[in-house]
Structures are given as structure tokens and as C-alpha cells.
Design a protein. Structure first.
Length: 314
């Protein structure tokens, strides 16, 4: 908690409050550029333009109204992503690993607790893979790799746990795939999903969208926690097939529905959603330069930013 006092203020909040020099200093410290850098000045101008465009404010009900910002589409991306986080089996493995080891795989109570603790320690170490990958390979890639890996692990668990408990090789393979699952989930769904929800939400609805999507996350957490003991007792290994199917939906939906946000500034992401004529158009546009529209033309918003910069210079 004490580390909060060492975190810089959001430059967008500082600009909103008219504290431009402090906002500039924060951007300089984060980017490593000089205070007179054109990039820093451009960022300040872009933030001012975004705040001006959103000065009317937005209501949460605006999500359901037709608009050029595609608010419903952006909100749906957040809701679906957090749904996947729970329904891919993450909470199942984290909470019920000791029960899976002891009751499903017939291991001793002590060994079950040791292995459960080891899987969570391994999960923590695997988080560093996400730190390395997310800004090198993009959000879409980590979601696709994570979802594919989790789905395959759940499918493997369904197969290995279908054998009789006395089958030791099957029990060993089941334990192995639980560890593998805890390698894949942090890559895309132990932080990147929360980050993505704040990136695609517009400024005035960022808190609301992020909050509702996170509440949705915990709602499905509750559902999984309550259903899992009953499901394991009644349908056994077939329960893992449900999560395998859900996990298999992740790479498909990410490929077709989710634009890439790596390399985009938050102010430019609004432009990305506005200029896409369709969902696929928005996804394709996310791989182009933020300075160009779908046909490669310099965007109107960039021209407006230039005007703001000129006005500041005057």
C-alpha cells in the first residue's frame, strides 16, 4: 500500500485539472524523452483533444445507443474477455487443485497439498513470461497462445482422468497437465485481460466499463466455485471437456473480434474504433499505423491535434 505514494499521477487526470507542466513532467519520466520533445507535446495535445471531445460526458446508457464510437462492441469485448478468464478453468485449478489431486487422482492428503502449493508457485513464476511477451508480441498473440494452451490442457485432463484411479501413469500425466495449465493461464489471463479492458474503453466510460467487466469476472468466479464440487462428483472427467470447449473459443473469437492495442496510445484507440466500418475492419485497422485510416490516409484527428499544438504555440 505504501508504494502507492511513489506512483506518478495519471497525465490525463493532470491535464483535465489544468496542471499541464506536471502532466508533461510525468510523460517525460515515463517515456524518457526530453521536456521539449515533439512526442511529449503531441501526447499532451492528443490528451487535450480527447478531453475536449468527451467534455459532454457519457452515461453508461450510451453504451446501448447507436454511435460511431462502437461503445457496445467495446463493452462486449471487455465482458467476453473476463468471462473467458473464468470459464477457461483458471479458478477450477487454483481453488480445487488439492481436491483434484486427492479425490480424482487418489493421492495422499499430504502429497495433494504439496502439489497444489507447487502449482501455484509455478503459476507465479510463469507470470514473468507474460511480462516479457505482452509488449513484444501483442495482446492478441498472448490471448491466442494462452487460450489454446489452456484448452489443450483441459482436453488432456479429461482424457487422463477418465482412466481408473489405479492407473499411475495417467495420474502422473494429469498432474503434469495441471502444471502446464498453470503455465499457460498467466500468459494471457492473469493481468493482460484487465489491461485490455481499460485500453479499449473510452476515457469517460473507462472506469465504468472496467468496473462492470471486473464484476462480471467475479460473478463467473462465484458460479465456477459453486458448481465445481457438484460437477466433479456427478460427471467426473467430462467436466473438463466444458472448459476445453470454452478455451477453444478463445483463439477463434480473439482472431476475428479483438483488435490489437499494442503500440496504440489510448487517445488513438478512440480513432481506431471510429474509423473501422465493421468489426473485421476495426481488427484489420489495428495492424496499421495509428496515423493512417483504413485506406492509408492521414487521419482527421491527427490534423486536429496539429491545430491544438499550433494554438498552444501561439
Amino acid at each position: 500500500m505504501f508504494s502507492i505514494f511513489f506512483l506518478p499521477e495519471s497525465p490525463r487526470w493532470l491535464v483535465q485539472k489544468g496542471r499541464l507542466e506536471q502532466a508533461r513532467a510525468t510523460l517525460v519520466s515515463l517515456s524518457g524523452a526530453s521536456a521539449a520533445s515533439e512526442d511529449v507535446s503531441g501526447d499532451i495535445a492528443a490528451i487535450q483533444l480527447t478531453l475536449e471531445n468527451h467534455s459532454r460526458g457519457l452515461s453508461i446508457m450510451d453504451i446501448w445507443r447507436p454511435n460511431d464510437e462502437k461503445l457496445l462492441y467495446r463493452f462486449s469485448l471487455c465482458i467476453l474477455l473476463q468471462f473467458y478468464q473464468q470459464m477457461s478453468g483458471g479458478n477450477l485449478i487454483s481453488v480445487y487443485a488439492p481436491i483434484i489431486f486427492e479425490e480424482n487422482l487418489q493421492m495422499s492428503s499430504m502429497m495433494s497439498r504439496i502439489l497444489a502449493a507447487a502449482t501455484l508457485s509455478w503459476k507465479f513464476l510463469s507470470c514473468f513470461v507474460a511480462f516479457y511477451c505482452i509488449d513484444r508480441y501483442g495482446r492478441r498473440m498472448v490471448f491466442i497462445v494462452s487460450g489454446t494452451g489452456m484448452s489443450l490442457c483441459m482436453l488432456a485432463l479429461a482424457i487422463t482422468t477418465s482412466f481408473p484411479h489405479a492407473n499411475k501413469p495417467a495420474s502422473v500425466m494429469s498432474a503434469l497437465f495441471i502444471f502446464l495449465f498453470n503455465f499457460f493461464i498467466p500468459i494471457g489471463f492473469l493481468g493482460a485481460n484487465f489491461l485490455y479492458c481499460t485500453e479499449v474503453a473510452p476515457l469517460r466510460l473507462r472506469v465504468a466499463m472496467a468496473s462492470i467487466s471486473t464484476a462480471n469476472h467475479w460473478l463467473w468466479n462465484f458460479v465456477v466455485t459453486m458448481i465445481t464440487p457438484v460437477a466433479i462428483n456427478n460427471i467426473g472427467y467430462q467436466y473438463y471437456i466444458v472448459y476445453a470447449v470454452m478455451g477453444a473459443c478463445i483463439p477463434i473469437s480473439v482472431y476475428f473480434l479483438y483488435p490489437e492495442t499494442m503500440g496504440w496510445k489510448l487517445e488513438d484507440l478512440d480513432m481506431l474504433f471510429k474509423r473501422g466500418l465493421s468489426i473485421r475492419g476495426t481488427v484489420r485497422s489495428s495492424f496499421r499505423s495509428p496515423d493512417c485510416d483504413a485506406e492509408g490516409r492521414i487521419s482527421l484527428e491527427k490534423g486536429e491535434i496539429a491545430k491544438v499544438e499550433h494554438h498552444e504555440g501561439v
